[in-house]
Every structure is written in structure tokens, then in C-alpha cells.
Design a protein around this ligand. Sequence first.
Ligand code: OOB
Length: 542
Amino acid sequence: MLKHYKPWPEKLKTRYKELGCWEDKTFGQMLSDRASIYGDRTAIVDHQSRVTYKELDKYVNQLASGFQRIGLSREDRVVVQLPNTLDFVVVIFALFRLGAIPVFSLLSHRDSEIRYFCEFSEAKAYIIPGDGYGYDFEQLAKTIQTDVTSVDTIIVADEDGGDFYSLNDLYENETALPDIKADDVAFFQLSGGSTGLPKMIARTHNEYMYSLRMSADVCQLDETSVYLAVLPAAHNYPLSSPGVLGTMYAGGKVVLSSGASPDEAFPLIEQERVTITAIVPPLALIWLEAVPTRHYDLSSLRVLQVGGSKLSAEAAKKVTPVFGCTLQQVYGMAEGLVNYTRLNDSDDVIIQTQGKSMSVYDDIRVVDEEDNEVAQGEIGELLTRGPYTIRGYYKAEEHNEKAFTADGYYRTGDLVRVSEDGYITVIDRVKDQINRAGEKIAAEEVENYLLAHPAVRDVAIVAMPDKWLGEKSCAFVISRDQDLKETDLIAFLRTEGLADYKMPDRIEWMANFPKTAIGKVNKKELRRLIEVKLNEHNMAKK
Ligand code: OOB
């Protein structure tokens, strides 16, 4: 078994298999099954290709054979940083078939994140996009290959690999592939995180297949469904809720878009007769405004999923009148649990709640600060465990002690209220995180980078409300140097190679931080201070 992986307790494995949750199928098998059932139906469409299930199955075997020839094998970690293209799907399935483990990174990740993923997972390979994605990934790959000893293979998803392997050259005659077990780790996903560095989430074929099978069921997908992926497909939400994989499970068609703007997404909805797509609340606001001014036929759309951060009731109310389809709120997490409003729920439930867990075997507890269960309907932190929620992060024993309870519940860090019939409303959060348009920023990670600047004495990053993004990040800084400017700090973070979305949106200078009774920085007070300031500014503008 993979070293450092915290496995499922044997008793639970047996239980989930007996209950029929885990079907002992790998993703490699799932694809061959789909190819034999839905062979000539279209599986994937991207900006330049269109492939059937049969073709996809063949390409995956050919690429897995090429990967094998260049030395990739079972349990090798492979950092995959690809846009929403057919290549992404073929690459991950080829790795699944080999038993190699994709580490899902986002296109927005830069040197600091990629270096960490490669080092921490001891990756053997790193797969990057070709030109045209606004960043010199080849240069980054060169540095990574030089600096990170485990990384010996770089693959470029382009016709010309330059100094590296070109993905196109790795499609070869099919060779025998290893026998992969459904209890094996299939891939690593990244947690949004609230402490120093992103945690890695190892998911097995068995648990993940269950999660997307249930998702496909709740979302009533079948082979006529057409799913449009506009969010980065490597993220748990568009990957499996029900996303790319759930749609493939159902034998439907997946349309991959590298952009999420109305001018990119709406024509695809029209041309491909998309029936379901998933967006985050800030994008919902943009799409809602765009519909009346664009003249695309969106009538094929049956479900618009919105999740990843809190959707306001005001925006939720507009979805059905504007799009003429059902709104589905999705509240999930890379660690596992996913909640959905059901397609036939009342308007009130769909507008006011973030849904209900998708499996009857999900255990949900709502607790106070002492871990005591609160009275039904009261606000508390959501704890959860179940057949598709991890029992611990990869290689993080110490952190796991805090992030999970002794009896296996994951502490979500979300403050929720749960109705008598199990519907959850997300109220706030206790974790030290900023949810910027669905992208999660661990305050401590960025604080640590800023603390490394010689002129920064102390720093505290909090969320501030934003009309469009929901939240933005505000860094309160105590400086040692009066001449230190906001631009200096941002330039510093950029040279450290931090992803763009983690850059503080605003810097506030302070002489001292407010403290709590036990002497910690009082972030609640900092959030209040910035909110007051923003309100005063808005009043002054009016
Ligand atoms: C999804 O996954 P992550 O891992 O990026 O973020 C999880 C966190 C949750 O703990 C919660 O704080 C927040 O994102 N969140 C929401 C929400 N959906 C996620 N907060 C309020 N309302 C919602 N609807 O974001 C994710 C994974 C799978 C499916 C959907 C979202």
C-alpha cells in the first residue's frame, strides 16, 4: 500500500462493500465498461476534438502504454497541471490504468505551489500544458526538474515537447497493463486548507466511484445528459459532483471549456445542447446579467448547479426565471461530503438551503466549541464521516489529530444549521480561510510568505465582503519600514511564485493588532474593522 496513506479501517471497507456502496470497480474498468455499452456515443468534446467512448478507451490504453515505456508505473505520483481539454481526460485515465497517481493541480498554480506538490508527494513526473495559457510552464518545469530530485520526467501536452516529452509522441501500440485494485489510491486532490500549506487528499477508486455514482443519481443523469465543464476540471466539484466523471459514469457527453465567461460558455450550451453545468456564485451573477443581452438558445439547460461558496437568496431567486431551468445548490468539499438540493425540492428549499447530503450513510453532527452536539436547528460546526469522506490527509499525522475526531469525523470548519429533514444552511465558518469566488485561500499560507519580507513585522489576513466575488482578501500589516508600499509586497509575493488568486486584494497598515482575551490576533475584530471601512467608503460614494 502507498506509504504515508491513511487507509480506511478494514471493518468499514467490508461494511461499505456489503452495503453495496463500494462496487470494487476501478476507473480504468469503468471506462472500458462504458466503451462496451455506449461505444459509439460521444464521450468528450473540447475546442478541437470530439471522441466516442470507444475511441477514448483506445487512446487511454495507448497513452498508458507510452507512459509505461518511459518508466512511469504503479504508485508513481504525477503532478498534472492541464486546462479543460481532452488531453486532461486521457491523461488521468491513462494514469488510473497504470495505477500511477495524478496529483491534481490547477492552471493558476505557480512555482511555490508546484514545487511543494512535487516535493511533498515525491512526484516522479510533472505534466504541463503547451503554449497559449499565459504563462511559461516550460520554464517552470525546467526549474522544478533541476530543484526537485524526485522529478525526472516532464511531459508537455503539445505537439512539440521541446526539451521534454511531447504527450502526442506517447500514444503507442497497446501493451499489457498492471492489475489495479479498487481499494488503491486513484489520485490526490488538494484541500482548500486553512493552515500553512495545502493538504493532500488521497482518494481511492472505490470511495470516489461511489461519490460520483450517487451524484449522477441525485442529478438524474443518463446517457442523454450533456455536462459542460467551465470550472477547472481537476477540482472536486466539476470532476465528480457529478461533473466530468459522473457524466461518464452515466454514459453522457462531456463538453470541456477552457473559459467560463458567457461568451465562451453560452455558444457551447447552444451548439452542444448542454443539459447541466456547474458554476460558482460570482459566475452566476455574471451569467444572470449576461442572459438578456446575449441571444443564445439556452433552452436545453435543465439544471444549473451553483456551489463552492454561498449563493445569496437574492441571486438564487433569479436563476429559474432567467435561465428557465432548475437551480441546484451544491455544498461540498474535496475531503468528501457533498450536499445537493434535489431537483424536485420546493422553491423555498432550493433558494434558502445548500442541500442535503447525498448518501443515507453520511453521518452528520453539528457541534459547539466543546464538541457537544447542539440542539436540533441550532448553529454549530459541521462534522461528517461516511463512505466517501476521507479519514485523514496524506502524510499529515499531526494535523489529522486536529482535523478529525477520534471516531473518524472530519471537522469541516463550516458553521451550519441543519433542518429536521437534513437540509443544511451554511452560515459562516470557523476555519481561517478566505473563500474568494469559490477559490480557497488559507490565510496562514499567505501570511507566512509575507512574514518572510524583511520589512514586515506582523501580518493577519482576513476575508472582506465583495459584491462580485463574495469575499476578497485583506492583509493587515504591521510594517518595520514607513516607506514599505502595497506594490512592494505584491511584487514580493510574485517573486515567491504564489498563485495570483492568493495575492491580497487590499493591504491595511496598522500599528498594533487587536487581541483576544488569550492574546491571539482577533481576526473577528479585523473583519469588522475592514467591513466598517468599506461601508463608510460606499456611503461616501453615494
Ligand atoms: C468545494 O470544495 P472545496 O474543497 O474547494 O471547498 C470546501 C469548502 C466548504 O467546506 C465550505 O467552506 C465551502 O467550500 N463551500 C460552500 C459551498 N460549497 C462549498 N460554502 C457555502 N455554500 C456552498 N454551496 O467547494 C466543493 C466540492 C464539491 C462540490 C461543490 C463544492
